[in-house]
Design a protein around this ligand. Structure first.
Ligand code: ZN
Length: 199
């Protein structure tokens, strides 16, 4: 790619590290960015920097937030006895969009994958167990994806939690195998939640 300037090449390379951005998209974005007005580029870089500096894990559910407690955990109208375990903040957002779930969440930030070398200690599992010990939790709904990793994580979690006597349930399948929760429509999400089965 020597026919572009070094600066453009650098930008293309950085952009191509982003998930879902291949070489062609990176080029297209890079050329778009350099043609943008300077103040817009400034706003974009400032919001990336601000997000990185100010966003942290919620002290309770580990979702990404800019406060100590996320708005869901801080809301007294939510049912704090029911915790839905999801793989990431995008999955949480998908369930929030349905507007029908009034419990709280726990965000694992990943799933167990022996193949990728991701073990229980690499996701926010310890934090969940601490919550279960310290809070009055009556049900844990496991809403990890129906991929191999999601199922492995669900099984691991249920074995870990069941001895404590807390009810453990798994959202119903009907969510296509390997399907990412965030791409599934709200009706299917709700059906999966309502049809959950106790493990
Ligand atoms: Zn929270």
């Amino acid at each position: 790619m020597d026919y572009y300037s070094t600066h453009i090449n650098k930008l293309i390379e950085q952009l191509s590290h982003l998930p879902g951005i291949g070489a062609k998209s990176a080029q297209r974005l890079a050329f778009h960015i350099v043609s943008m007005p300077a103040d817009q580029v400034e706003q974009l870089t400032a919001s990336i920097r601000d997000a990185k500096q100010n966003i942290r894990y919620c002290k309770s559910c580990c979702t990404l937030t800019d406060r100590e407690l996320c708005p869901i955990c801080a809301n007294d109208n939510r049912d704090h006895h029911t915790i839905m375990v999801v793989e990431n903040t995008r999955d949480l957002a998908a369930y929030e969009k349905t507007g029908k779930y009034d419990g709280v969440y726990h965000v694992l930030h990943g799933a167990i994958s022996p193949m990728l070398g991701i073990g229980p200690d690499d996701i926010k599992l310890k934090e969940l167990m601490v919550r279960l010990q310290n809070e009055d939790v009556r049900e844990v709904i496991i809403a990890t994806n129906s991929s191999l990793e999601g199922e492995t994580t669900a099984m691991y979690l249920s074995k870990l939690i069941k001895p404590s006597g807390i009810k453990v349930s798994r959202i119903a399948s009907g969510v296509p195998v390997g399907g990412d929760l965030e791409y599934i429509d709200e009706v299917t999400l709700l059906r999966a939640l309502e049809g959950r089965v106790e493990l």
